[in-house]
Design a binder for this molecule. Structure first.
Ligand SMILES: N=CN[C@@H](CCC(=O)O)C(=O)O
Ligand SMILES: [Zn+2]
Length: 424
C-alpha cells in the first residue's frame, strides 16, 4: 500500500458516475455521467477520499497537499477503472486456423460440431499445466491493464471435467493473488458437452450438477455459475437445472443466451433471476421485456458479433426497453480474441447505436453491477476503491470519436500508479 496520498489534479473532465452504487443505470439514466471540469481526486490508503473541482479538493485537504504524490491531468479525461464482466481469460493455445476456416465459409457452430471450437481449446487447456496457463493468462491480463481494465470476470469452461475445471479456477485464483487486476471467478462447466458424452448429454449435466458445482462451491473457487444455452449445446431445460443447482450452492446465475438463434435464453435468465444474460444477439422481444422487469443486466459483446461477422445485439432497443446494459470483450480464443475494452466501447457506439455516455456507463458502473461489485468499484466516489484511468483525450466523447486507438495514459489501481504510457 502506498504510504503517501495521491492527488490527481485538473482533469479536463473527471467522470464520476456517482450515485449508482446500489443499482445499475437504466434507460435515460445511462447518459447520467456526472462530469466535473477541472476535476481533482484525493486518494489515501487505496480509497477515494475527496472528489470535486480542484479548488474544492484543495480546500478540503489544506496543507496536506505537501504529503502527496501529485499527477497533473490537465487536458486529460479521468474515469473509473474499466470493468470487464465477461471473459474466458484462462485458456491455452489459439485458434487462428478456425478464423481462416470461417473466412473460407465455415460457421462457428459447424466448426464446434466437427470437434473444433470449444473442444479444441478444451484439449489444449487440459494438456497445459497450471504454470503454462498462468503464464499465458498473465500476458493477456497485462494487456487488459494496458487498455484500462482494473477488474475482470474470468470463466472456467475449457476443462469440462472436475479435475480440469478446478485447475482453471485455481489458476484464476492465483492470478487474482499475484496480479494487480482483480479477478472475479465464474464456474462454467456447462460450456460444451464433451465429445465422448455427446450421445448422453444429460449424463454430463448430472455430473455438472451433482459433482462439479458442489465441489467448486465447497472450495470457494467461484461466485457465479454460467451455462451456454444454445441449440446443439445445452437446452433451456438443462440450463435451468445447471443454474438452479448453482443457486442451491450459493453460486449466482449468469447465462450465455440467444447468441446463435432465439432459444428462450433471455426468458430463462429472467425466470431464474440471473444477475446477467450475455450475448443476446437473437433475444426475443418478450425475453427483453422479461429481463427489464426482473432487472437482469444485459452484458453485450459487440466484439464477438463483429468477429463472427454477425449483426450485433440490439443494445439500443434494450436500453430503451429499460434493461440495464453492460459491455464486455468476451475475450476467448474462438469468437473474440480481443483484450481491448475501449474497442468494444467503440463498437457499442458504431454497431449498436449506443451513445458515448452510455458505453462509458456500460463499461464502468453497470459492468461492476454485472459482477456484484457496484458497491466498491465502477464510480469515483468517496469511500470507493481508488481504481482510476487517465486517458490522453480531453473529453469522454473523444474516447469514442477517435476510435481504435489506445488512449490510456495512466492506470491507478487501489490508489497505486500501476501503469504509465506515452501517447506521443
Ligand atoms: N459462446 C460460447 N462461449 C464463448 C466462446 C468460446 C469459444 O469459442 O472458445 C463465447 O462466449 O463467445
Ligand atoms: Zn463467453
Amino acid at each position: 500500500m502506498n504510504d503517501k496520498p495521491l492527488l490527481i489534479r485538473h482533469a479536463q473532465q473527471l467522470v464520476t458516475l456517482k450515485g449508482s452504487s446500489q443499482a445499475p443505470l437504466r434507460g435515460k439514466e445511462m447518459n447520467r455521467l456526472t462530469i466535473i471540469e477541472d476535476g481533482s481526486l484525493w486518494i489515501e490508503d487505496g480509497v477515494i477520499q475527496y472528489v470535486g473541482q480542484d479548488a474544492e479538493v484543495l480546500k478540503a485537504i489544506g496543507s496536506r497537499i505537501d504529503e502527496a504524490d501529485v499527477i497533473d491531468a490537465t487536458g486529460h479525461l479521468v474515469t473509473p477503472g474499466l470493468v470487464d464482466p465477461h471473459t474466458h481469460l484462462v485458456f491455452a493455445g489459439s485458434r487462428e486456423n478456425e478464423f481462416n476456416m470461417r473466412l473460407n465459409g465455415s460457421t462457428y457452430m459447424e466448426i464446434m460440431n466437427a470437434g473444433g471450437g470449444i473442444h479444441a481449446t478444451t484439449t489444449a487447456t487440459r494438456n497445459a499445466d497450471q504454470e503454462q496457463l498462468l503464464e499465458e493468462s498473465t500476458r493477456r491480463l497485462n494487456r487488459f491493464l494496458h487498455h484500462g481494465v482494473t477488474t475482470i470476470e474470468a470463466k472456467s469452461g475449457y476443462g469440462l471435467s472436475l479435475e480440469h475445471e478446478l485447475k482453471q479456477l485455481e489458476v484464476a485464483q492465483k492470478l487474482n493473488q499475484q496480479h494487480v487486476v482483480d479477478i472475479v471467478s465464474t464456474f462454467m462447466g456447462a460450456h460444451a458437452v464433451p465429445l465422448p458424452c455427446r450421445e448422453k448429454p444429460d449424463d454430463f449435466v448430472d455430473e455438472v450438477v451433482e459433482v462439479m458445482i458442489p465441489e467448486v462451491a465447497r472450495r470457494r473457487l467461484a461466485e457465479f455459475n454460467d451455462v451456454f444455452c444454445e441449440r446443439g449445446v445445452f437446452t433451456p431445460e438443462q440450463s435451468r437445472r445447471v443454474l438452479e443447482a448453482g443457486l442451491q450452492h450459493g453460486l449466482l446465475p449468469k447465462i450465455h443466451a440467444d447468441e446463435i438463434e432465439p432459444y428462450g435464453g433471455a426468458e430463462l435468465a429472467a425466470a431464474v433471476g440471473a444477475v446477467s444474460a450475455d450475448h443476446l444477439l437473437k433475444a426475443s422481444d418478450q425475453g427483453i421485456q422479461a429481463m427489464a422487469e426482473q432487472g437482469v443486466i444485459a452484458v453485450l459483446l459487440p466484439g464477438t458479433a463483429f468477429f463472427l461477422m454477425e449483426e450485433s445485439a440490439n443494445g439500443r432497443k434494450m436500453i430503451d426497453a429499460g434493461v440495464p446494459v453492460a459491455l464486455s470483450t468476451d475475450c476467448n480464443p474462438g469468437s473474440s480474441p480481443t483484450v481491448s475494452l475501449p474497442l468494444i466501447m467503440n463498437l457499442g457506439c458504431l454497431k449498436m447505436g449506443m451513445t458515448p455516455a452510455e458505453v462509458l456507463a456500460a463499461s464502468t458502473i453497470n459492468a461492476a453491477h454485472a459482477i456484484k461489485r457496484g458497491h466498491e468499484i465502477g464510480s469515483l466516489e468517496t469511500g470507493k476503491k481508488a481504481d482510476v484511468v487517465i486517458f490522453d483525450v480531453p473529453n469522454y466523447m473523444s474516447l469514442q470519436y477517435l476510435y481504435g486507438v489506445n488512449h490510456v495514459s495512466c492506470v491507478i489501481k487501489n490508489g497505486q500508479v500501476v501503469l504509465q504510457r506515452k501517447n506521443g
